[in-house]
Design a binder for this molecule. Structure first.
Ligand SMILES: [Fe+2]
Length: 252
């Protein structure tokens, strides 16, 4: 059933990320009250980060209009993807101000601004990346926080989400401290996990009230599953997941 997995060719591929000896920094898990496939969509959805994770937008960590894209691994079996973005390109985005996007309150300041200090991990300029491996694994860099997360069904509307935070054995003390501190950007003590768990539960409940009780479908549009090198404003990664799911389940 499985074809050989070909990782996206860039510095953020699995091969590059795990090319140095690793050091486990910590791990935790959380229960989220939604079907596992909703979380699989969440990992692959680029739109919601700007709207839901206001911390990302406020502190210019991740916004849909950043220079970035989505690479699909394999045209014949587009089940996996890599989403990447470059923080350095943010200042020119005047449309957020013009549109008065509610999460774009850039006057907000952190008491501990050192949280967002980052160094270039690779020479590709990428500051935020998520590589999803079908069906339930994702490897992500948020600034210098490297995390592997995976999830497993615990019921029709219950999923356990695991996070593992990783550094490199040759990190110096300051680098290790920074990776641990930046893990708060996404982990259970931060905001992203909390918000995804909350919104997915809303969607789960909304599906039940959709009139069909067991299913609901909404899309921005498009039909193809192909790489989008210039923009992350696309649903190609979600369609890639469902292509894989249908193939495995015999629905194709
Ligand atoms: Fe999210």
């Amino acid at each position: 059933m499985w074809k050989a997995f070909s990782a996206p060719r860039c510095a953020r591929s699995c091969a590059a990320t795990f090319s140095r000896p690793l050091k486990l920094l910590g791990y935790h898990s959380q229960i989220i009250h939604n079907n596992w496939k909703l979380y699989a969509e969440n990992v692959r959805d680029s739109y919601h980060a700007t709207l839901l994770h206001t911390f990302y937008t406020t502190f210019k960590i991740n916004r849909l209009d950043m220079d970035g894209g989505i690479r699909i691994t394999d045209a014949a079996q587009p089940w996996h993807h890599l989403s990447f973005a470059k923080r350095a390109t943010l200042d020119a985005a005047e449309e957020y101000k013009a549109a008065e996007v509610h999460s774009a309150s850039y006057e907000t300041r952190l008491n501990g601004p050192e949280l967002l200090e980052a160094w270039n991990e690779f020479d590709d300029g990428i500051t935020h990346s998520i590589q999803a491996l079908f069906p339930t694994l994702a490897i992500q860099f948020t600034l210098n926080s490297l995390a592997v997360r995976w999830f497993t069904p615990r019921g029709v509307d219950k999923t356990e989400l695991f996070w593992m935070y990783i550094g490199y054995e040759d990190d110096d003390e300051a680098e290790e401290r920074m990776r641990i501190m930046q893990s708060n950007l996404t982990g259970a003590a931060g905001l992203v996990s909390l918000e995804d768990g909350c919104i997915n539960e809303f969607v789960q409940r909304g599906t039940k009230g959709s009139g069909q009780s067991a299913s609901a479908f909404m899309e921005m549009g498009g039909k193809t599953v192909e790489s989008s090198e210039a923009s992350r404003a696309t649903e190609v990664a979600i369609r890639g997941f469902w292509k894989g799911y249908r193939e495995i389940m015999g629905f194709a």
